[in-house]
Design a binder for this molecule. Structure first.
Ligand code: SF4
Length: 170
């Protein structure tokens, strides 16, 4: 049976790479396969964005990490930079990426975000620690930090079941 969005359908902002778009720094996607995603797509709940591409960053692009020991909140407050693996400063692009994601979430009425973990933009549980060695640091990327600061509930791809339970209960 075909489903139609209800007027008050709760929307979910979602990372484009998680939806199968090849927008990551390495030109790859990181698709998540889950029945809840198929259902939400049918229900018209999903609003897809790659924050970094929305800020004009190319594909592929150099990997970037937040300065050692710092997280997305530090970037938003001006206490930390985002640096490419070759040292280029992309802090402003990452701030713009976060602002674009927030603006889209507000325009479209997203109360939730489902973002892929580990990214200096979309990470919500962990990011990489700025050493470009693959070492993880607990904390958020810049986009996840801004969305949370503005009241949007952010879930990582690993937390899709938790989000699904919330949506089902709404
Ligand atoms: S910014 Fe987010 S959506 Fe874009 S490639 Fe990185 S993790 Fe995926």
């Amino acid at each position: 049976m075909e489903r139609y969005p209800k007027p008050m359908t709760v929307k979910i902002l979602v990372s484009a790479c998680l939806m199968g778009h090849a927008v990551r720094y390495d030109g790859q996607a990181k698709p998540l396969v889950h029945p809840a995603l198929d259902r939400w797509r049918e229900e018209g709940r999903l609003v897809t964005i790659c924050p970094e591409m929305s800020a004009g960053m190319p594909v592929p692009r150099l990997p970037a990490e937040i300065e050692p020991g710092k997280t997305g909140a530090g970037v938003l407050s001006g206490a930390a930079r985002v640096l490419e693996s070759k040292g280029g400063d992309v802090t402003e692009e990452f701030r713009k990426a976060a602002e674009n994601a927030l603006a889209l979430a507000r325009e479209t009425g997203c109360a939730y975000a489902l973002l892929i973990d580990g990214s200096p933009s979309c990470g919500s549980g962990f990011i990489y620690d700025g050493s470009f060695t693959g070492s993880r640091l607990q904390g958020e990327g810049v986009t996840a930090a801004l969305l949370r600061a503005k009241g949007i509930r952010v879930f990582s791809d690993k937390e899709i079941e938790t989000l699904a339970a919330l949506i089902d209960a709404a």
